[in-house]
Design a protein around this ligand. Structure first.
Ligand SMILES: Cc1ncc(COP(=O)(O)O)c(C=O)c1O
Ligand SMILES: [Zn+2]
Length: 400
């Protein structure tokens, strides 16, 4: 049976997917990785099977997958030249089945639910996690419940509603909804897999394992990822910690978590050297996907950042939008504002000469821009107009 552990009080608990917070500390529990020898099964092409020894799954139910493979690790040649950067790579999570990294976690939580014989799953989200959970729930034939805040705009729900989950708009505080869903899930046998769910976090580890293998024989010096609830980057870090524990790497990369200036409770606590995150009152940023004012994984992330030499930073909305445009224009990668925070942070660090030319840096590009198009229909490129008779003239003019 799986074992959960609390990094705050060191208690261990039997792995129960309905009880995912430490009852004493109210902090997220993590799966114990176990001491037995772990091997990467290099002969397997599917990442879940390749890294099975590191995952809380006995087998992989391949029919429940959506054909996902490892995501590309892309070197940024043009940006490197333009901004005199070290070696930068994008881990392109936008190519996951529903367009974001959330699929990494959902797939493990859904596989685990099926192995537990669970038939009802749920999540509390308005964005990427909602559509990811609804898609994999549909694929597995599970009843899927998605709870959204009352004021969530319809356009944000469209990419989820297509999978036909049970969608419920809930009035009231989002924080209470998050924890309340877990309590009710236990009572009503609905397996809520929210942002810091331990099995979801196990799925996020796969991204790091892939980076490790894709960069070999080299290792990354930095991994930069956007942060909201904290679950994703905790999973990315946990994978490298496990690789080190099992003697597969010598050194951990330095993790840099990025938040938007308009919603940066974890960074504020980190900079003030506090070990508790204080909820902020109002989140205001273009990067909606990372605007959790009361992050449930915040304290745990602060602890990991301190123990493993990581760092938290912020970027503002103009920096985010400019980075989003730059990544698309120079490298052909269209990401969400939340994901563009990573490039914005890199450019900021580069300006401060905080990086060395030999560094290998991985930006985790977490979600596709197609899922968060600008509301006002603003276009990045100018549109030229002509008629068919004058097309040649227009094209020659543009060429000049
Ligand atoms: C595109 C994108 N990037 C980053 C994050 C941050 O992940 P986490 O909440 O696990 O910190 C989210 C969360 O929803 C997201 O949707
Ligand atoms: Zn505890």
């Amino acid at each position: 049976m799986d074992q959960f552990g609390c990094l705050f009080c060191q208690s261990t608990y039997p792995g129960d997917p309905y009880s995912t917070f430490c009852p004493q500390c109210r902090e997220p529990l993590l799966l114990h990785s176990g001491q037995e020898k772990k091997t990467i099964h290099s002969e397997k092409s599917n990442s879940l099977e390749r890294y099975l020894d590191f995952l809380p799954l006995s087998t992989i139910e391949t029919p429940l997958l959506l054909g996902q493979r490892e995501t590309p690790l892309i070197p940024l040649y043009r940006l490197k030249k333009e901004f005199t950067l070290p070696q930068v790579f994008v881990k392109n999570e936008t190519v996951n089945p529903t367009g974001s990294f959330k699929d990494r976690g959902t797939v493990v939580a859904v596989q685990n639910s099926v192995q537990f014989g669970i038939t009802k799953i749920g999540t509390v989200s308005t964005g990427n996690m909602a559509s990811s959970t609804a898609a994999f729930g549909a694929r597995a034939g599970l009843k899927t419940i998605v709870l959204v805040k009352e004021d969530t705009a319809l356009e944000k729900i469209i990419a989820t509603s297509i999978y036909n989950p049970i969608l419920i708009k809930v009035r009231g505080d989002y924080g209470r909804l998050f924890y309340g869903s877990l309590e009710l899930g236990k009572k009503l046998n609905i397996r809520f897999m929210n942002s810091v769910d331990p099995y979801r976090i196990e799925g996020y580890k796969i991204t790091s394992f892939e980076i490790h293998e894709q960069l070999r024989p080299h290792a990354p010096q930095y991994v930069i990822a956007p942060v909201s609830s904290g679950g994703h980057i905790i999973g990315l870090m946990k994978a490298f910690i496990e690789l080190q524990t099992h003697g597969l790497i010598e050194q951990m990369p330095k993790f840099i978590g990025v938040q938007a200036e308009g919603c940066s409770p974890i960074t504020q606590a980190f900079k003030a050297q506090k070990d508790r995150v204080e909820r902020i009152e109002k989140a205001e940023t273009i990067a909606h996907a990372i605007s959790n004012p009361d992050p449930p994984g915040g304290n745990l992330l602060l602890k990991l950042m301190r123990e493993y030499g990581g760092e938290m930073m912020t970027v503002d909305d103009p920096e985010i939008l400019s980075a989003q445009k730059t990544l698309a224009e120079y490298e052909g990668i269209f990401c969400q504002p939340a994901s563009a925070t990573t490039l914005a942070a890199l450019l900021k660090l580069n300006k401060k000469n905080a990086l060395s030319a030999e560094d290998r840096i991985v930006l985790i590009i977490t979600g596709t821009g197609l899922k968060s198009l600008p509301k006002n229909g603003a276009l990045s490129a100018r549109i030229h107009q002509t008629d068919v008779d004058h097309l040649e003239q227009t094209l020659s003019f543009l060429d000049a």
